[in-house]
Design a protein around this ligand. Sequence first.
Ligand code: DAH
Length: 339
Amino acid sequence: MEKKLEELQQEALEKIGNTNEVDELEKLQVEFLGKNGKVTGVLRSMGNLPPEKRPVIGKFANKVKNKIEKELQTRLQELKVQQEKARLAQEAIDITLPGKKISRGRLHPMQLIINQLEDLFLRMGFAIETGPDVETDYYNFEALNIPQNHPARDMQDTFYVEGDLLLRTHTSPVQIRTMEKQAPPIRIITVGKCYRVDELDATHSPVFHQLEGLVIDHGISFSHLKGVLIAVTREIFGEERDVRFRPSYFPFTEPSAEVDVSCFKCQGEGCSLCSRTGWLEILGAGMVNPRVLEMSGIDAEKYTGFAFGMGLDRMAMYKYQIEDIRHLWDNDLRFLKQF
Ligand code: DAH
């Protein structure tokens, strides 16, 4: 029996030494020391021995058991250390390698202009309104005093969606939406996309951006309009800019004006940017037509107001001297990185 135990010990130690897996070790533990394990089996058969032999063999068997147990533990520790080392080796980071370059995004030139203008108008006490890109005929035309068959509809070639719906041709419908839901005093701007059937070329795009303003209160006059527009042009194009108002026509304003800013490139001398005129056209404006006020439920006897609408793509082109509107929307990083 002693011999048998010695053989088992020998076998166990060999197997333990050859194992490289933690779960293999667990299997060996069961194989030798488990309830039905080999060593346990020998111990159990001790009952067959003559009584005087039992303590001796019992002692020896325990020694064998402890020895195997100890070897299992030692090997387990070794394997754990090995595994940890392998894991660390695999995860090792070479901190001397050059880092990955993180390229930072930046704001689009259109967004830069929008931010700058919104900031200015907020400082002047304006609120920012929004309206839908898909409009109804009523808000885009009718309520702005552009009835069916009015020749002014031809000024804005329209994308029709279906029935009464269309893509707004300007941001002016937001004026109407604001007047319908809010009583004067009103002092708002809105910024957004507008759509017109236009061939895409260096100066035209079927999708473009406008900033629209509306002020309505007691005693609002044309000089208030002038003051605001002068502040806007100086903010965007610099303090030395002059502003010029030319009489014009819009159905929703009376009187109406188109506003030019003195060319910042040639200081008004005349150059290619301003087509030798010394002036750059930037917006349309006027005193809100009393008919428009009345249609939106505002008493035109009590209130007056002014409104304006500017093309932001054109503003961006002037300000950053971009000669082709398509550059703005080509998503060419070489272009966008300049801002
Ligand atoms: N809606 C006009 C356009 O797109 C621009 C405009 C002119 C807006 C005069 C106004 C305004 O608010 O008063 O051409």
